[in-house]
Design a protein around this ligand. Sequence first.
Ligand code: ZN
Length: 240
Amino acid sequence: MKYAILGDIHANFEALQAVLADARKNGVTHYVSLGDIVGYNASPVECLETVRELNCPVVRGNHDHYCAGDDKLEGFHPVAADVVDWTRRQLSREQRDFLGSLKYVTRVETFTIVHSTLDTPEMWGYVLDKLEADASFAYQSTSLCFYGHTHVPLAFEKTDRVRSGFYSKVKITLGRKYFINVGSVGQPRDGDPRAAYVTFDLINNLVELHRVPYDFRITQKKIRDAGLPDRVASRLAVGR
Ligand code: ZN
């Protein structure tokens, strides 16, 4: 049994298709989504419907949350707020209700999934350092938890203390805890423009990071044709 863990797809249909093709090639049998299916890029409907067809566990991201609701977008970055407004108009009431029905935290088999942090998932905090990871570890009841939100693949391991680092593979050892960021399918921010996702092989207890090239020029054209902010399109070429 092998899971693909899909983080921060952000309405990038070209990246999502490339990742799903790569996952099939890698023998993936099951999927989960860490939320932020929509927001930023120009294909929210296609991405949402593709994820729903996977019929897989999904947790709520901050963009899903705001696109589902009608709240005023105070405290949002103006570029992100523009896109949330646009995305709300693309989605049907039923699609927005689906996003609004998502849970913040879900357990799948032997692991947990969350978009931001386990300590206060509805506050949308970013886990980038050991102190933030340790706060989340206090609420983690499974050995392994996957998260997203920062768009930067990073692994934390807790034994008597917390260690962190970039990774390509992590072997899960019994008795330790792991909090692993899977990177972003649709808007990587670690300087590598390729789509990122993770596979988790439950038989061998092995987590692997994958990077998949895709034609982001098609995605950029869709963003510009939709009249969305140019910064959203240009960042895809540099992975920032
Ligand atoms: Zn995101």
